[in-house]
Design a protein around this ligand. Structure first.
Ligand code: AMP
Length: 293
């Protein structure tokens, strides 16, 4: 595995692969690898000839009061894990390589970024994501790029950028990888002390409880969300948001009559955690043409 730090080096390495008709898969990350990251690398490895993983803690997607300085960083450990997954190139640039003096462009996706994490963290967050991912696509020019459903809103934002700007890259979404007790893996889980770690399991329990209510045929969004809120209350967690929204547009829904994203964010101990489940509309009742059973 090669570790490359400059844009010209990456371009040259990928150009050689492309000239040899090899397909290129890209996995953008901020490092501190866990099984969630490794699952994306495996998916990329299985489908591409050349696997490129970027490791860049992107400063522009952090707010002034967020954890940019504390974000876990261990490049040597990450490099060893990536190499063990058969990654060909680890791109680990300095911030000045990505944002040189005079950098002035910002990609803003309207609408999708106004809600959920966009509302909680501020517009800069998804602007930072959209801009750095677009740069990575321009540098690596991958055939496919791999993202985790863990960051469901991020996937929607990236897909919209690709569609709106006609970028020639296939976006592949990989399922959420969880700990044995259901906690979604996250680089930020290292911030959890043992009490907070135990408390954090309530996030997935809450989503499961809401999913169970919806699977029993309930379509009223308030009742579905109440089931989740009870689990959070029992664990002493006040969510930053707990919402059910259209799975594609992120518009609000009051009835579960289409595929919807059930998303939660909460501060648990020293960590801000997010998690989500996709809920599908209950199958339409064949005796009810409106499907309003
Ligand atoms: P990050 O390093 O947190 O920016 O994440 C890099 C990529 O890994 C993103 O596409 C994330 O959605 C994905 N990812 C993070 N955690 C998980 C997880 N638990 N399961 C699946 N993918 C994940």
């Amino acid at each position: 595995m090669r570790i490359l730090r400059t844009i010209p080096e990456v371009r040259a390495a990928v150009r050689d692969a492309r000239l040899a008709n090899r397909t290129v898969g890209l996995v953008p990350t901020m490092g501190a690898f866990h099984e969630g990251h490794l699952s994306l690398m495996r998916a990329a490895r299985a489908a591409s000839d050349l696997v490129v993983v970027s490791l860049f803690v992107n400063p522009t997607q952090f707010g002034a009061n967020e954890d940019l300085g504390a974000y876990p960083r261990d490049e040597a450990r990450d490099a060893a894990l990536a190499e063990a997954e058969g990654v060909d190139i680890l791109v680990a640039p300095a911030a000045s390589e990505i944002y040189p003096e005079g950098f002035a462009t910002n990609i803003h996706v309207a609408g999708l970024t106004d809600v959920l994490d966009g509302a909680s963290r501020g517009a800069h967050h998804f602007d930072g994501v959209a801009t750095v991912v677009t740069k990575l696509f321009g540098i690596v020019r991958p055939d496919a790029a791999y993202f985790g459903q863990k960051d469901a809103q991020q996937v929607l934002v990236v897909r919209r950028v690709v569609r709106d700007l006609d970028l020639d890259v296939r976006i592949v979404t990989c399922p959420i990888v969880r700990e044995a007790d259901g906690l979604a893996m996250s680089s930020r889980n290292v911030y959890l002390d043992p009490d907070a770690r135990a408390q954090a399991t309530a996030l997935n329990r809450a989503l499961d409880a809401a999913a169970a209510v919806s699977e029993s045929g309930e379509r009223d969004v308030d009742r579905i969300l109440s089931a989740a809120r009870r689990e959070l209350d029992d664990a002493g967690i006040t969510p930053e948001y707990l919402e059910l929204r259209d799975a594609e547009t992120l518009q609000t829904v009051t009835r579960l009559d289409r595929d919807a994203l059930l998303a939660v964010a909460a501060h648990v101990g020293a960590a801000r955690l997010i998690d989500n489940h996709l809920l599908s509309a209950p199958a339409a009742n064949p005796t009810d043409p409106k499907g309003d059973a």
